[in-house]
Each structure stands twice: as structure tokens, then as C-alpha cells.
Write a protein that binds this ligand. Structure first.
Ligand code: FES
Length: 151
């Protein structure tokens, strides 16, 4: 696993743009956190690399558009996670509807995503500073302190 260089202004150098495009998926450890860099249809994305559901590695997940959002499909149990926001999407139906129709619903943000920027052909990642617990934190070795405070 490759550990990135120390950041300037919170930006971690990840690699050369050309190399990351060619790789399509790249695995990095940033600040002790394992993340996946994805290049898809001309855009870079970065997210925690272990699926929020049960820690499956997302690296080889297919990417599909679901309900207008590009999502990675976890290879382990096929959970769908939007690339931009880390939203968990699922298909369900309301039994009170006549007839019940299957629709896509959101579980909210479940996977922590990070910001990718480019400068002069070099790619940098700024790690998420979104406060509070996001489910994928668990598989990065973090403890959910927010739940302790609920009692
Ligand atoms: Fe990803 Fe279960 S571990 S769907």
C-alpha cells in the first residue's frame, strides 16, 4: 500500500494525472486512511475504499448510473454507493401504494468521500472533514462515539 506525501494546505499528492487515468482505480493510504481514487468518464472521484456495509473492498466494483447518479456497486453484496456524495441507494416499494411500484431511495451518506483536485497534471486529494459519524468510518478503525452520546 502506498503512503502519500505530507500535504500543503491539506492537499495530499496522489500521483500524476496520466498514470491515474491509465490505472482507472488506484488505492492509496492518506493520513492512515485507505482510499480509492477512481477515474471514470473523464472525472476523478475519491472515497473510503471499504464498503460501509461489511467492509468489502470497492476497488473492483462496477460503475452504473442509478436514478441519475453514478454509483459504484460493491462486489461483495451489491450495495450501491454514489460516487459524488457516498450516498447509499436501494430499491424498494411502498406496500400502501396501489399497485406498489419499485423506486430508488436514499439511505443518506454512508460512505465518506474526499475531494480530488488537479494542478499542472498532478492529482491531489483533500480528505473529508465532514463532522460526525459516517458508516464507512467503522472500517477505517474508527469508533462511533456519536452513538454513545445518544444514551
Ligand atoms: Fe459491500 Fe456488503 S460489503 S455490499
Amino acid at each position: 500500500m502506498e503512503e502519500t506525501e505530507q500535504p500543503a494546505g491539506g492537499l495530499h499528492f496522489i500521483g500524476k494525472k496520466d498514470e491515474l487515468i491509465e490505472a482507472k482505480r488506484s488505492f492509496r493510504t492518506v493520513d492512515g486512511r485507505d482510499i480509492l481514487i477512481i477515474h471514470h468518464q473523464g472525472v476523478f472521484y475519491a472515497m473510503d475504499c471499504y464498503c460501509y456495509h461489511a467492509g468489502g473492498t470497492l476497488e473492483n466494483g462496477d460503475i452504473e448510473e442509478i436514478n441519475g447518479k453514478l454509483c459504484i456497486i460493491c462486489p461483495k453484496h451489491k450495495y450501491k454507493i454514489s460516487l459524488c456524495e457516498g450516498e447509499g441507494l436501494y430499491r424498494g416499494r411502498n406496500p400502501q401504494e396501489e399497485p406498489p411500484v419499485y423506486r430508488w431511495y436514499s439511505k443518506g451518506v454512508k460512505q465518506r468521500t474526499h475531494t480530488v483536485t488537479e494542478t499542472n497534471g498532478e492529482i491531489f486529494v483533500k480528505m473529508s472533514s465532514q463532522p460526525g459519524w459516517i458508516d464507512s468510518d467503522y472500517y477505517q478503525g474508527e469508533k462511533d462515539n456519536s452513538k454513545k452520546n445518544e444514551k
